[in-house]
Design a protein. Structure first.
Length: 182
């Protein structure tokens, strides 16, 4: 049995963050931005829907509201310092692509740029904005996906708060235990 102790409920996210930290790139008109985001969740497989919390105080929030699209980019641990610096700067004050030496690549479907240094880039269009006003919760449909062939399981970052990241660990397979055919 594991002994547990009381824990502050406003800190449970340190254990429940849904996935790897991503970099969200966006463009509206001539303005571009990149934001660091850890609050996202896969909601559906087909169509491929991803829910994201993008706070209204974030410069990217309004650019995405206006353009109704973005690119969700998956950085690896190689970009740890850049991820932290992007998350602690404002696109209203600096050009983050220029400031952090990132390559803005032309997306195939959306107007927002992809980040060339990231392992994967998922072009997204706003699918549902019913929860944006109340919770800053955007629901995007991934309309085009780009993923590097190698490594198959990249080492990604997972944010636990207070400037601390965990790294994705080794992969283990239990395919033999999954009898349900999908």
């Amino acid at each position: 049995m594991v002994k547990k102790h009381d824990f502050a409920v406003d800190q449970v996210r340190r254990f429940l963050e849904p996935g790897p930290v991503v970099l969200v790139s966006c463009r509206h008109g001539e303005q571009t931005d990149i934001m660091t985001m850890g609050w996202h969740t896969v909601m559906e497989f087909s169509p491929s829907l991803v829910g994201c919390v993008i706070a209204s105080a974030n410069h990217s929030h309004e650019l995405i509201r206006q353009s109704r699209e973005c690119v969700i980019n998956l950085p690896t641990t190689r970009l740890t310092d850049v991820v932290a610096k992007i998350g602690n700067s404002s696109g209203a004050e600096i050009d983050k692509f220029l400031e952090f030496g990132l390559t803005a690549e032309r997306a195939h479907v959306v107007g927002a740029p992809m980040i060339g240094e990231c392992h994967a880039s998922f072009e997204c269009r706003l699918y549902d904005d019913a929860l944006v006003e109340r919770y800053d919760f955007f629901i995007f449909e991934v309309v085009k996906a780009h993923v590097a062939r190698s490594p198959r399981h990249p080492q990604t970052l997972h944010y636990t708060g207070d400037g601390v990241f965990m790294l994705a660990g080794k992969t283990i397979s239990r395919k033999a235990l999954f009898t349900k055919v999908s």
